[in-house]
Design a binder for this molecule. Structure first.
Ligand code: GLA
Length: 388
């Protein structure tokens, strides 16, 4: 991991080199992990993510030709597009689609978006389930809102960024990632009600408690994650319909058994059980954190993992291996974080045991013949912001 200064310097250097001159400013947005509450966001439920110290930085300036030019470290040449491409979802693809999607969502909401030149650098790894796409969306949104002097309070940014992803890029995700990277606050986890969008900043001061969250990048190969995600979402929507509720969030924990009895296939029953019990685990985690009992959330994290593995069926062998090895090395709790089928695991550990847990996971991987995992110790950081 490199410091925020380095990534900002890379964005500025990219801007100077591609466009000449100086950017008008630099805007940053982080990646995220989700502490608990998986596949609950699109069921109108509860999530508890936090923003990471890894950031994406956009160096940008307005352009009077009314077009957008975007360069990223991922490519040599900038991608250029105008209103015609921005107004037609799908016309811009690859990483630049997240930028075009933001322009599209702003225009669709009636805003006059200034033309701009943007240069993007990022420390958020792509494809690891740490929401590198939401980080780009949020940083670009922050830049365009300010460059254009748009009247758009930050509370409304997550929905817009989600629309960019859903309707321009075409990924049917919920609102968690965009909310986490926009509204996250240092030292806190973001308790979000995905139906009302009400948020509460929950103190999560790991450092003061001598604790850390170890993030383990499973490096598992991509396994049809997009199709499986969409299938899970469909299955939840069908179940809600069959149960006569607007969303699975409306099935109370106490009514779960009765609801399950009304469903006629086992797979759907297990999907529903995951979502309903996961919502409850989020609420229980929030209660414990409010009481300052951070260590005690460990069993809830581990139970969440078991539910994702057995009921929602979104884990893979590398992920399960990382969780088991972390627990065997005395993590308080461990679970996969994010959409599933690869991505990252998080483990709650004593700060001075983080290296030993990371070593134990690496050793378990070697035993199984898996590509070595990446590991990183993190504390909750702040959300999207202007740097200077
Ligand atoms: C992905 C999506 C989120 C959420 C998670 C699962 O990260 O982008 O909206 O659904 O998966 O919790």
């Amino acid at each position: 991991m490199t410091g925020a200064g380095d990534v900002a310097a890379r964005a500025t250097a990219g801007f100077r080199q591609r466009y000449g001159g100086e950017p008008a400013g630099r805007w940053a947005a982080p990646g995220r992990v989700n502490l608990i509450g998986e596949h609950t966001d699109y069921n109108d439920g509860f999530v508890l993510p936090f923003a990471l110290p890894l950031r994406t930085v956009v160096a940008a300036a307005a352009a009077d030709d009314g077009r957008w030019s975007v360069w990223s470290e991922l490519d040599d040449e900038p991608v250029e597009f105008g209103p015609a491409e921005a107004d037609e979802p799908g016309r811009v693809d690859g990483w630049a689609a997240y930028v075009a999607g933001v322009v599209w969502a702003l225009r669709a909401a009636g805003h006059t978006v200034p033309g701009a030149r943007l240069a993007i650098a990022s420390d958020v790894p792509v494809g690891s389930g740490l929401s590198s796409s939401a980080a780009i969306e949020a940083a670009v949104l922050a830049a365009l809102v300010e460059l254009g002097g748009l009247d758009l309070p930050a509370e409304r940014w997550p929905r817009l960024a989600q629309r960019a992803e859903n309707d321009y890029v075409g990924a049917p995700t919920g609102i968690m990632d965009q909310s986490a990277v926009i509204r996250g606050r240092s030292g806190h986890a973001l308790f979000l009600d995905c139906r009302t969008e009400a948020v509460e900043q929950i103190p999560f001061d790991l450092g003061a408690a001598g604790l850390a969250v170890l993030v383990i990048d499973s490096r598992a190969p991509h396994r049809h994650a997009d199709g499986e995600y969409a299938a899970r979402r469909k299955s939840c929507e069908r179940a809600a319909e069959a149960l006569g509720v607007a969303a699975l969030r409306d099935v109370a924990t106490g009514d779960l058994d009765a609801a399950l009895a009304r469903l006629d296939d086992d797979e759907t029953r297990r999907r529903v059980r995951h979502v309903v019990t996961e919502d409850q685990r989020v609420l229980d985690t929030v209660e414990l954190l409010r009481a300052g009992r951070i260590r005690d959330i460990g069993p809830l994290l581990t139970a969440s993992h078991a539910s994702m593995r057995d009921d929602f069926e979104i884990t893979v062998p590398e992920i399960d291996t990382a969780v088991e090895a972390a627990l065997a090395a005395r993590a308080y709790g461990a679970r996969m974080t994010g959409g599933g089928f690869g991505g990252c695991v998080l483990a709650l550990v004593d700060a001075d045991a983080a290296d030993a847990v990371a070593d134990a996971v690496t050793a378990a991987y070697a035993d199984r013949g898996f590509t070595a995992p990446g590991t990183l110790t993190v504390l909750p950081a702040g959300g999207a912001t202007r740097l200077d």
